[in-house]
Design a binder for this molecule. Structure first.
Ligand code: F1X
Length: 326
């Protein structure tokens, strides 16, 4: 079982324009779509599409459109009931492929709700293989919320605790790493690798592979088990104590990169729980991420839509493909 926690889920609305976005003007959309989202929710949707045993944990009242959407799609979830509506995040796509994304802050959670969410995760992660913590934190949650979840889960389950994957950014990411609750797998993009290590700037590490490996290696030194760094069109890196690998998919026509990183993480987990070694986990991550980017909105790919055989995986240091990587 792979559990995901999304503390700040969203209804992802994608609006397609037939002309370039004109600030200050009234424009007519040619199409729109709506999907239940938020990073952990997307990971869970992709895992579910891949046939994995999975469960999404999220706040939200029973009739919230995000939960109704999950129910309609047959994605298993458990919600912590809250009164306020979840947020809507909007993506505007232009004909040349430019996407503009506007994310709302989301409804605030109070102290009791934060504690109840942690309790729910601790309870439901009993016996789980992986716990995925993903996305921004809503107002009201302290930036060390993820560190608190990790500590609570590891304290309660000890040796039987699930492996923990983390995909966060900014203060929540930094607090998780510095709070002594390092994950078994961290999934940063180039910008987040820079935020954590001070190496590179913005997304420059997408083009500076050696520096990106160095940044990931520094994170291993801070207790992270493995780093799966997604580098946009430059593929992805996997850095573990056993070695480092780069993987690249042949160029695709990107329709929407929203959620591609979430699908990449799901691809990794699908391969890992299937017993694959590190290079093949990376291969499936890149196959899933590329397939997601070639689909509209935050659509997740089914297994048959991914092309792992087309992905080139290259070892950057002597590699050991032990199945014991995290
Ligand atoms: O505001 P956050 O939590 O950082 O990101 C939320 C979000 O942009 O991430 C997903 C794509 O990765 C979308 O489903 C969702 O709208």
């Amino acid at each position: 079982m792979i559990i995901t926690l999304t503390a700040n889920p969203s209804l992802d609305r994608t609006i397609e324009l037939a002309a370039p976005l004109a600030r200050g003007a009234v424009q007519r959309a040619t199409a729109n779509r709506q999907e239940s989202g938020g990073k952990g929710v997307n990971v869970c949707r992709a895992l579910s599409a891949g046939g994995a045993d999975t469960l999404a944990i999220l706040p939200g009242h029973d009739n919230d459109p995000v939960l109704v959407g999950l129910q309609a799609a047959g994605v298993p979830y458990r919600n912590l009931p809250i009164a306020a509506a979840l947020r809507s995040n909007v993506t505007i796509t232009e004909p040349d492929g430019t996407t503009t994304k506007i994310n709302e802050p989301g409804p605030a959670l109070n102290r009791q709700e934060a504690d109840a969410l942690i309790d729910l995760v601790v309870h439901l992660s009993d016996g789980a293989r992986w716990l995925v913590l993903a996305g921004s934190l809503p107002p009201g949650l302290e930036s060390d919320f993820y560190a608190a979840v990790v500590r609570a889960v590891r304290t309660r389950h000890g040796d039987r605790a699930p492996l923990i994957a983390l995909d966060a950014s900014e203060a929540a990411l930094i607090a998780a790493i510095e709070g002594g609750a390092a994950p078994d797998l961290l999934k940063p993009n180039a910008e987040e690798l820079s935020q954590l290590t001070g190496l590179g700037a913005g997304d420059s590490l997408e083009d500076e592979q050696e520096l990106a490996v160095e940044a990931a290696t520094r994170l291993l030194g801070r207790g992270v088990g493995a780093v799966l760094a997604t580098l946009g069109s430059k593929g992805a890196l996997l850095v573990t104590a056993e070695g480092a690998w780069h993987a690249q998919h042949p160029p695709i026509t990107a329709i929407s990169t929203v959620g591609a990183g979430d699908s990449a993480l799901a691809g990794y987990l699908l391969a890992h729980t299937g017993g694959a070694g590190a290079p093949d986990c990376l291969r499936q991550a890149v196959a899933h991420g590329s397939a997601a980017a070639s689909l509209p909105g935050s659509t997740v790919p089914a297994m048959h839509q991914t092309t792992p055989d087309a992905v080139t995986v290259r070892a950057l240091t002597p590699a050991n493909t032990s199945p014991n990587h995290p």
